[in-house]
Design a protein around this ligand. Sequence first.
Ligand code: PHE
Length: 338
Amino acid sequence: MDNLTTILESCKLEISNALTMQQMYDIRVRYLGKSGELTTIMRTLKDLPNEEKPIFGKKVNDVRVQLEALIVEKESVLKEAEKTARINSEYIDITEPAKLPNKGNLHPITQVKNEIIEIFRSLGFEMRQGPEIETDYYNFQLLNIPKDHPARDMQDTFYFSDNLLLRTHTSPCQARTMQAKQPPIRMICPGKVYRSDDDATHSPMFQQVEGLVVDKGVTMCDLKGTLDAFVKAFFSEDTKTRFRPSYFPFTEPSVEVDVTCSVCKGEGCRLCKGTGWIEVLGAGVVNPKVLDDSGIDSSVYSGFAFGMGIDRMTMIKYGLPDMRLLFENDTRFLKQFN
Ligand code: PHE
């Protein structure tokens, strides 16, 4: 009887101390299981005098029933607690701001290209495209750069063969357009061009926009007016242009066009190397020989052409110190243009 009381008390204590369902399972096995304490003590029944047997048997049973009830009760408390803990740990706060998906953006060169196209579209220019693999004929000869002409040295060319090359400028698209249609012509041709050049301000592949206008009575004034309107729309209304004499075989006269520095507004800074001016494009009045060679009568029509580097325009517009930033695909750089 004393043993039974000890068993009851120690089991009650363990039940009240138990913290997990696993501990409850162990208690159940240890006290009520097949070789548990109560079963073991029940085996001593046969050694008792006959008259004590029913009393002891009943007592053991009472203890079993009592323990069973306590265990069930504690188990239900623990189950409930475990459920609450799980709900708390798996709780999702639907009022928290959601993590936004990483949104990409157009590459800065693409953005600037689109902007340039849009400005010229608003001035009435149509867009044309030409092949990146060109023939010597379109890239050079039709543009008044015959074989062995020194002007070929201005453009370090990637050749596939004597006749096939990667276009070094978008100007062949001028010639192709003039061959394809009679004036009035007002077109731009944006696209990739290639030169064997690689440093902080030159990349072997870069992008240009060529522009060409051919009609009756087109003069240098039209060229100046058009480019002036363009840089004001592209940089800012207070941007000024400066035209310096230059040389291109396909234009005569030829100019190099500078704009007032977008950073210092002409005061002189690092971007413009203290001059207040930045060179942005080459242009000129179309050489009559180029018109005639392409099938347009130069005694009736005249025109102007210009070409600019999109990568260069992007660098100037955003004050980028190194062109290679545009080609490294570092998202920390690119997402600043979002
Ligand atoms: N094709 C010239 C270049 O790539 C730019 C240019 C285009 C100059 C049209 C004049 C007229 O350097």
